[in-house]
Design a protein around this ligand. Structure first.
Ligand SMILES: [Zn+2]
Length: 258
């Protein structure tokens, strides 16, 4: 599996019917490979200990008390472990198989760690049932669809990374842009025009992020943004004009229109 070097996100959610653990192991291996390419070399000491199942910086989070991964499991196996630097390699990689079995409390405990990650922490959440995950967790993850061969869908991953990058740009800048800037920013939404599902997914991601900002900072622009996003989603669900809907949203976030 290929890892885009230098732009490793902190949390990935790998979704698929089969081959998830194999894909996650390949990802973890590439992350800590000492030969540092996009694909694991399979020969360095890090790659070899990972293959042997004894990698000191790769952690498999499991349920210990019930079949569900509970909040104590997350605290002991993830939160406590994240407090210390990797033993030997660059990243501490946490692989959470059957992530959908995490209780809501466990997902919330994990969320805090994902939101304030140490630079060495990487999370790979594996699930066959994406819809059972909390939206707040999903919105922080790059979603990778793993196909039947256990290979990640590269296109999907690039798309999701592009979404996250765009969401980040909007959150950081949209409230500061002048009218022309807001209209220019629309151009970056243009590629989503043909896929309502993608557009709505991006809006949901934005809504979650702005909602967090509202709770953390009470920023006025974040309030404006959550209202504007809700209105935009309504417009799109009524088959409103996509470009107009997004432009109005950006203008509202910038307080250029009410
Ligand atoms: Zn290697």
């Amino acid at each position: 599996m290929r890892v885009a070097t230098g732009r490793v996100g902190h949390a990935y959610l790998m979704e698929g019917r089969t081959g998830l653990l194999e894909a996650a192991n390949a990802f973890a291996k590439a992350l800590n490979c000492l030969n540092g390419g996009e694909v694991a070399c399979d020969t360095c000491i890090s790659c070899r200990v990972l293959d042997s199942g004894n990698h000191p910086d790769t952690f498999y989070v499991t349920a210990t008390k019930t079949i569900a991964i509970g909040v104590e499991d997350v605290r002991h196996q993830v939160v406590a472990e994240m407090a210390t630097r990797p033993f030997r390699y660059k990243y501490k990689v946490f692989i959470i198989d059957k992530a959908e079995t995490m209780t809501p409390a466990a997902q919330n405990a994990l969320l805090k760690t994902i939101e304030e990650p140490a630079p060495y922490g990487v999370f790979l959440l594996l699930t066959k049932e994406l819809e059972l995950m909390l939206e707040t967790v999903l919105s922080r993850c790059v979603i990778i669809k793993v196909n039947e061969n256990g290979q990640p869908g590269a296109l999907q991953r690039e798309t999701d990374e592009a979404h996250m990058a765009l969401a980040q740009e909007v959150i950081e800048n949209a409230h500061k842009l002048d009218i022309l800037g807001a209209l220019m920013l629309y151009k970056k939404f243009e590629p989503l025009k043909e896929s309502k599902e993608s557009a709505v997914a991006l809006l949901d991601m934005l809504y979650e992020r702005y909602g967090t900002l509202v709770r953390q900072t009470q920023a006025e622009y974040a309030f404006r943004a959550t209202r504007a996003i809700t209105q935009t989603k309504d417009l799109l669900s009524q088959n409103g004009n996509y470009q107009l809907a997004i432009e109005i949203m950006l203008l509202k976030i910038g307080a250029h229109i009410q």
